[in-house]
Design a binder for this molecule. Structure first.
Ligand code: FPP
Length: 265
């Protein structure tokens, strides 16, 4: 595949972009609902767990490419608050998989300057996983590369309720006047407080739902839905999503330039 070199937006590194992507119009933040692991495995006569294992490889590729192409943040939906209702053996496989991936990948995350965070209600996760999460978060917190957010035991509604509780507690203590609560103050209590909102949401496996993911943050995201099952999501799938994103006219509720000029002429 032919590529051209360009300086990334933060001027700190030279990125290798595919020729058909405009380096000046890449999303800063990409969010992904990685769906279809189970169907991928079942289609091959394999246990569902093998789909999750293959999904990890797709995630590694996506993270590497987003980092190489200068995308500032990648946020993925790894385990939702609803996923606990899956069979016990699948839940326990997923928890062990997260542990193994963290253990095996930490060195490379550090080397690649990835800054990893886990977003969600982490208290209820197995102790060993929480320890590994703490270690990975601490040892990558000063890294200057891509922000990699892994939503684990995450639910969008739960996140909003927790934010409301924190704001209410501050108000009751007299630290915060409720009338002064605005969108910025509200957003500062979300798990994503330090992150810009996603510009692009990718959902694999053809489902057309948000599934309780980043309900606040996706307000103005462009949505790319592909029939590709997550383990099959590769470089060409990511490129297709980014090309689709670059074809969109983002208006954020306003008018595009052509219509706005027309109104004022
Ligand atoms: C959805 O597919 C996928 C998940 C619930 C798990 C996603 C997790 C990974 C890809 C592993 C990530 C690892 C780390 C360390 C972040 P599904 O099971 O709902 O598929 P189906 O809809 O075909 O049943």
């Amino acid at each position: 595949m032919s590529r051209h070199l360009a300086i990334s937006t933060d001027n700190s590194k030279v990125c290798k972009y595919p020729d058909d992507l405009d380096p000046n119009r890449l999303p800063s933040h990409v969010a992904v609902i990685m769906d279809g692991n189970g169907r991928w495995a079942q289609a091959r006569g394999l246990p569902r767990m093998m789909g999750h294992r293959a999904g990890v490889e797709a995630l590694k590729t996506t993270l590497r490419l987003c980092s190489e192409w200068g995308i500032r943040a990648l946020t993925v939906y790894a385990f939702s608050t609803e996923n606990w209702s899956r069979p016990e053996d699948e839940v326990s496989f997923l928890m062990t998989l997260f542990e193994r991936v963290l253990q095996s990948q930490l060195e490379s995350l550090i080397k690649e300057q990835v800054c990893i965070k886990f977003l969600g209600d982490l208290e209820v996760l197995p102790d060993k996983l929480r320890e590994l999460i703490d270690e990975a978060t601490h040892s990558t917190s000063r890294n200057s590369g891509i922000h990699f957010n892994v939503c684990t035991n995450y639910g969008g509604r739960r996140e909003l309720v927790l934010a409301a509780q924190k704001l209410a507690a501050r108000s009751v203590k007299g630290e915060l006047n409720p009338e002064l609560i605005d969108e910025n103050i509200f957003a500062s209590e979300l798990f994503t407080a330090s992150e810009v909102d996603p510009d692009l949401l990718i959902r694999t496996s053809g489902e057309r739902r948000i599934s309780n993911f980043l309900l606040w943050q996706l307000a103005y995201a462009e949505i790319h839905i592909t029939d590709t099952l997550w383990p099959d999501f590769d470089e060409s799938s990511l490129k297709e999503a980014l090309i689709d994103y670059q074809s969109r006219c983002r208006r954020f509720g306003g008018l595009d330039r052509i219509n706005s000029n027309h109104l004022h002429s």
